[in-house]
Ligand binder design. Structure first.
Ligand code: MRU
Length: 364
């Protein structure tokens, strides 16, 4: 997608052919900066600190993390150590394991002499594949938006609510939930996006609003608790979110608060779709609430907020009464029964074991 008219991805290899560069998402929307990753440790810390985040981009960064490790020391022992370091960075998004497994399998078949080059090539393929997949998700989801647009009065936009950032910043390009939105906007179908701010880290207010704004998509940022009210008043036509892990039975784990949006959507008859690349499906799990590990992050993310002050300086302030304990569950699980459909690269399916199996018969 574009930043100030320039096409960009979220991750790429620098001109030296070795260093990996990423957009530093901890600095957005206040300033745009690029961070250089020079070692597997740099890549692991970038994932942990959420310099890069979003399930597909976490996977892509881990793949390049393995490549950086192989550039340093292509031994079998170092391959195992790099994979172990990276797999422990964030527990919920399954794309991380998927990407590392792919790298490990591929490099396991190469001699140590071949590994450096092969690792960069494989990581590059994983990134390109992510872009292709997300473009397909966009084409498949576009039909849903067009269908709603056809029912609306002339000139009225399709109002889409989204949670967190499942946009191009969460992927290598296009995004998942935003991909159909960008395609609708680009073809001239009128859309307007309600952007949940997404406490505590505000990925909606900071990142989704930033990227929609830079692409010219009409949008409005709302506090997280507003969606139900908007749905009761007919102001939301459709909800599309992303996911960090989806079970083989269609339960969807996504940023904390997604479940409450799905409940409100069900109560108000608003279609609730989840957009996902197939590497986000965990075919080993069937009960999302019981089985998906939910990351708990530092309480500081809840107790403190960062913003830009009147004088342009970036400041962090405390917002919680001193001494009060805080909890920071990063994700929740929306049961399949609340999901209208899954938008994947292979098509749209029911959120059920049968629906997923029909689209991905060879992955069961
Ligand atoms: O904690 P984050 O910012 O990594 O969480 C990201 C999300 O929950 C996204 O909605 C999800 O990864 C889907 S991204 C295409």
């Amino acid at each position: 997608m574009k930043i100030d008219g320039k096409s960009m991805r979220t991750i790429w290899v620098a001109e030296d052919g070795r260093t990996v560069e990423v957009i530093d998402q901890t600095r957005l929307p206040f300033e745009f900066g690029v961070l250089q990753l020079r070692s597997v440790e740099d890549a692991a810390v970038a994932i942990e600190r959420m310099v890069v985040r979003g399930a597909p981009l976490i996977g892509a960064t881990a793949a390049y993390g393995v490549a950086l490790a192989m550039a340093d020391d292509p031994s079998t022992g170092n391959l195992a150590a790099a994979c172990e370091r990276l797999i422990g960075t964030r527990p919920t998004a399954v794309n991380l394991r998927w990407a590392i497994d792919r790298m490990r399998m591929h490099l396991g078949n190469c001699s140590p002499e071949e590994r450096g080059k092969a690792a960069y090539a494989r990581a590059g393929e994983i990134c390109n594949e992510d872009v292709e997949i997300n473009a397909s998700i966009g084409r498949n989801g576009l039909g849903i938006i067009r269908g709603i647009a056809a029912e609306k009065a002339q000139g009225e936009p399709v109002n889409i609510l989204t949670h967190c950032n499942a946009g191009w910043l969460a992927t290598v390009d296009w995004g998942t939930a935003t991909s159909p939105v960008y395609m609708a906007h680009d073809e001239g179908t009128k859309v307007h996006v309600w952007v949940d701010e997404t406490r505590p880290r505000n990925q909606g207010a900071s990142l989704t609003a930033y990227e929609l704004g830079h692409h010219g998509v009409p949008h409005t940022v709302i506090p997280d608790n507003t969606g139900g009210h908007l749905m009761q008043h007919g102001k939301v036509d459709l909800v599309i979110t992303g996911t960090d892990r989806t079970t083989a039975s269609g339960d969807v784990c996504n940023k904390i608060g997604t479940y409450l949006k799905a409940l409100a959507a069900k109560d108000n008859g608003v279609p609730f779709y989840v957009a996902l690349p197939s590497p986000t499906i965990d075919f080993t799990l069937f009960d999302g609430v019981a089985e998906i590990p939910i990351e708990q992050r530092s309480g500081d993310e809840v107790a403190k907020m960062t913003g830009v002050s009147e004088d342009g300086s970036i400041q962090t302030v405390n917002i919680v009464s001193k001494g009060s304990p805080v909890a920071n569950y990063a994700f929740d699980v929306t049961p399949a029964r609340l999901v209208s459909g899954l938008i994947t690269e292979a098509g749209i399916c029911e959120a059920s074991q049968a629906g997923i199996a029909a689209l991905f018969p060879d992955r069961q």
